[in-house]
Design a binder for this molecule. Structure first.
Ligand SMILES: [Zn+2]
Length: 404
């Protein structure tokens, strides 16, 4: 890392609205949620700054938030991504051996845990963390195969570790992300789970236990997916010359930050939903920036609304991101920091899942030459003709713009 003694370290703020990008929606009069939402802060910055598209999901990779956020943090997923589970394990600070395999484990709602069943809800009705933590404890006591570990996370997001399984079928079995198959048949995934006896024993035991009368939650099954071996990332500070932090409700973003040696700021009341503690996130970010150089503030709600297919809620989520994250950050920092705003991937209302399309981004620093956007939206970003590809170069590019 090399810094000029004559120029102070430029501060850079990166604000991420997960899944914000979309397609025109009929009930919004053919506008996207970004176009329909009141977003005066982002629209003004767009007219003053540099707006374009960024390919956050490399060709051939699935558009998971893990892949896309790794790109936004400046690391090439094609070289560094081992799976969703390992990133979240890093967030929890789990000690893993090199030959362990870590699955993400959702508590889900299914019509019936069988090949004929349908995936109803990847989140089990956004199950309460305390409720799901108790269910995970019971599953651990009653259903866990030898050589496996269970770790409860936030809401429906848990981890299942198969110790020493790197050379076994656990490492290669493919179960689809449950948020990609809402209301779809589970037959291929059930067949995959049946091919690994220990996994099948675990998930069928879990379905029996969750069917019990004393479970009042919507969780009636568990769903292991996104597995891989332990994650290791280069140091963020050494890579970019910036002392950085992440602020997020979700474990995968915390895990990426922790794996890159960044500060991970915990904010009480950060829920990952529309009702998240926006003010707490802003306060934590501003406090860190007193000494730090870079903060990555991640808001999950637009993605959740996209998965829910709720255009009005997604529009509200985008408006709150603008009013309660972007505007106060700008108000507090003035011209003392550069600002980068993006989403990790689109989660269009029409498809209710992630897509691989390039995402809109916006960069502003005091005095930068604008590149012609009239507002911050997918269409305006496409119109400028600026495309950052591969997406993991965006951060280094904007850090260079920030240094001037
Ligand atoms: Zn995402």
């Amino acid at each position: 890392m090399s810094k000029s003694l004559s120029s102070p370290s430029p501060k850079l703020v990166f604000l991420i609205a997960d899944g914000m990008g979309d397609l025109p929606v009929a009930v919004l009069g053919g506008r996207t949620p970004m176009e329909a939402a009141e977003t005066p802060a982002m629209d003004k910055l767009a007219t003053l700054g540099r707006v374009g598209l960024c390919r956050t999901v490399p060709h051939g990779m699935a558009p998971g938030s893990d892949v896309a956020n790794m790109s936004l943090l400046g690391f090439d997923p094609a070289s560094h991504h081992t799976g969703r589970g390992p990133i979240e394990a890093a967030a929890l600070g789990l000690a893993l051996e090199a030959d362990d395999v870590v699955f993400r484990l959702n508590t889900v709602t299914v019509s019936d845990f069988a090949a004929t069943g349908l995936m109803r809800d990847y989140s089990a009705g956004h199950i309460d963390t305390a409720v799901s933590t108790e269910l995970v404890r019971q599953l651990g006591a009653s259903c866990l195969p030898a050589g496996y570990e269970l770790h409860a996370g936030v809401q429906y997001r848990h981890l299942l570790v198969a110790k020493g399984a790197a050379g076994r079928e656990e490492a290669t079995v493919f179960v689809r992300p449950p948020h990609d198959i809402t209301d779809q048949p589970m037959a291929p995934d059930i067949a995959a789970l049946q091919s690994v006896p220990a996994l099948w024993q675990f998930v069928t035991c879990a379905a029996r236990l969750l069917a019990g009368d004393d479970n009042a939650s919507k969780a009636n099954a568990v769903w292991p997916w996104g597995q891989g071996r332990a994650l290791s990332l280069p140091s963020f500070t050494e890579s970019f010359g910036l002392r950085g932090a992440v602020v997020s409700a979700v474990d995968l973003v915390k895990g990426l930050g922790r794996a890159a040696g960044m500060a991970v700021l915990d904010v009480p009341g950060a829920t990952g939903l529309l009702d998240t503690n926006y003010e707490g996130k802003v306060a934590a970010a501003l406090e860190f920036l007193k000494d730090g150089d870079f903060v990555f503030v991640h808001v999950e709600a637009p993605d959740e609304c996209g998965h829910g297919g709720d255009a009005a809620a997604k529009t509200e989520a985008v408006a709150r991101f603008d009013a309660r994250i972007v505007a106060p950050m700008l108000g507090a920092l003035g011209e003392s920091a550069s600002v980068l705003i993006a989403c990790d991937h689109p989660t269009p209302i029409a498809v209710r899942t992630h897509t691989t399309d390039p995402v809109p981004f916006l960069f502003w620093k005091a005095g930068i030459a604008a590149n012609g956007a009239a507002a911050f939206s997918e269409r305006e970003a496409a119109k400028t003709g600026l495309l950052i590809e591969p997406g993991h170069t965006l951060l280094a590019q904007t850090a260079a713009w920030a240094r001037g």
